[in-house]
Design a protein around this ligand. Structure first.
Ligand code: FES
Length: 110
């Protein structure tokens, strides 16, 4: 396991997303009703930071061409995005949010 610190739980309000610089690069963290999710920040369609897009419920939309991804599975849910967004297995320990940088969230579910 490669445990990587992302942020403090208090860094994100419910319904908020924010980009964090981590030891494995820029990642995007979400607080979805008190549950935390982490994905890559870079859109899989072209070059755009998803942190500059919109986040609502379980979807993040890209600011460049308005493609969309499911933040829990990484599935591309709106054109022109086709390639999934990488998601990470999240661990909350006391007041800190970590990921396992070697394990995708979908792998953790299966
Ligand atoms: S760069 Fe994100 S949809 Fe095109």
């Amino acid at each position: 396991m490669a445990k990587v610190f992302i942020c403090k739980v208090d860094d994100l309000e419910k319904g908020e997303m924010r980009k964090f610089e981590t030891e494995v690069g820029e990642l995007l963290a979400f607080n979805r009703n008190g549950e935390y999710f982490v994905t890559d920040d870079m859109c899989t369609h072209a070059t755009a930071s998803l942190s500059e897009g919109d986040y609502f419920d379980d979807t993040v939309s890209c600011p460049k061409h308005w493609g969309e991804f499911n933040i829990m599975t990484g599935e591309a849910t709106a054109a022109p995005c086709k390639k999934p967004l990488r998601t990470y297995r999240v661990m909350v320990e006391e007041s800190d949010v970590y990921i396992d940088s070697e394990l995708e969230a979908v792998d953790a579910i299966n």
